[in-house]
Ligand binder design. Structure first.
Ligand SMILES: NC(=O)c1ccc[n+]([C@@H]2O[C@H](COP(=O)([O-])OP(=O)(O)OC[C@H]3O[C@@H](n4cnc5c(N)ncnc54)[C@H](OP(=O)(O)O)[C@@H]3O)[C@@H](O)[C@H]2O)c1
Length: 345
């Protein structure tokens, strides 16, 4: 099959290209950069230009895979490629949904209002921009020729955000002399990661044919303590886990979810508890195969270890931040925190 990837120079797009090449497809990647997977044809173009797709819209394509987040880029791609492409696979996001609160939402949950503008003003527009992109694809190609993959949190080797790598890495490299690791006391927090390789494999399958429509392409939710337990086992950690109350962490400037001085994956605000707890039943029924979380975290740990030679992981606490916080935490909180004492995951 001939597959056109709009993107292909970044993490997911490159993994899709590698997977499609391994499956024997002819793959062309269109992007501004040239760092594409071996075996792919690269077409350099800036999608912010109106004529960006001129050099690919004269060919027939079995499938287009698009990872854009800019509505104007997608509107122009649909305009130029609908006459020559059989189906359009759009990588959207769970951020398209109007609410991130309800646990277990399926694809029929309401979405945000679409962004009118062609370009996001900031990442605050991300979800609305994805809705506008989705709408443009469905309007142009019709539901029968469209796959909308609302991806959940993507993890695995190559995750520069550090969200999937931090916990296995931290358990493998405790900062504290006694091996203790600091974690938020978030016993009810749902967490879900889809391995980038599983997502790419499913997207290539969808490019090949079969079910169309809207899918939550997300990992299966587990509670945060279970996620920590898997990360700890993968890392061979035998020290304790010290659970800090959420407001204690917030008061000390420890961030949630991602970034520097954060505890990755942690969400204190209950109105975000649905973000990583969506139903993936429709995608599973449509062939999505998820590897065990332990395999994803083990491979991500290997990748983090190799990367740490050249620089630190992308999120979390530094060793000195971790040691300082542990030193200041009154560990009686553990006893008061509802039975989540050190190491009792
Ligand atoms: N990470 C997560 O947890 C998560 C969760 C949900 C959904 N998602 C979605 O998953 C996808 C991730 O894709 P990705 O990893 O491949 O990364 P990405 O950074 O979103 O990829 C952007 C791609 O588009 C290309 N691009 C950007 N601007 C362009 C322009 N003006 N002209 C031509 N090409 C342009 C980039 O190539 P050049 O820079 O070389 O041009 C790159 O290949 C995105 O759709 C994202 O919204 C991610």
């Amino acid at each position: 099959m001939k597959i056109l990837i709009l993107g292909g120079t970044a993490w997911l797009g490159r993994t899709i290209a590698t997977t499609a090449i391994a499956a024997g497809h002819d793959v062309t990647c269109l992007a501004r950069g040239t760092d594409v997977a071996p075996g792919t044809v690269v077409v350099r173009a800036d999608r912010d230009r109106d004529d960006a797709l001129a050099s690919v819209s004269g060919e027939l394509w079995d499938a287009v895979v698009d990872v854009s987040r800019q509505p104007g880029q997608v509107r122009r791609a649909v305009r130029d490629l609908e006459p020559v492409a059989n189906r359009y696979i759009f990588v959207s996001s769970g951020n398209a949904y109007a609410s991130q609160e309800e646990v277990g939402q399926d694809e029929d949950a309401p979405t945000l209002d679409p962004l009118d503008a062609d370009v996001m003003a900031s990442m605050d527009d991300y979800g609305a921009a994805k809705v506008a992109c989705e709408n443009a694809v469905v309007a142009g190609f019709g539901s029968d020729r469209t796959v909308i993959a609302r991806a959940g949190l993507i993890g695995g080797p190559g995750d520069a955000s550090g969200r999937s790598g931090y916990w296995p890495w931290r358990f493998a490299h405790p900062a504290s002399d006694d091996g203790a690791v600091l974690a938020p006391d978030a016993a009810e927090l749902p967490t879900a990661i889809i391995d980038v390789r599983d997502l790419a494999a499913w997207l290539v399958q969808r490019a090949e044919g079969g079910p169309t429509g809207v899918f939550n392409a997300a990992g299966t939710p587990v509670l945060f303590p279970e996620h920590l337990s898997v990360a700890r086992a993968v890392a061979g950690h035998t020290g304790s886990i010290v659970h800090a109350p959420e407001d204690w962490l917030t008061d000390r400037g420890v961030g949630e979810w991602s970034g520097a001085r954060s505890l990755p994956l942690w969400l204190a605000d209950r109105s975000w508890y649905g973000m990583n707890a969506r139903s993936n039943a429709r995608a599973m029924a449509a062939g999505l195969v998820l590897r065990p979380l332990a395999d994803t975290l083990a491979d991500t740990l290997d990748w983090e270890r190799a990367k740490v030679e050249s620089g630190p992981h992308g999120a979390g606490l530094t060793d000195s931040e971790e040691r300082e916080l542990l030193a200041n935490l009154d560990r009686r909180f553990d006893a008061e925190g509802g039975g989540h004492g050190p190491g009792d995951l």
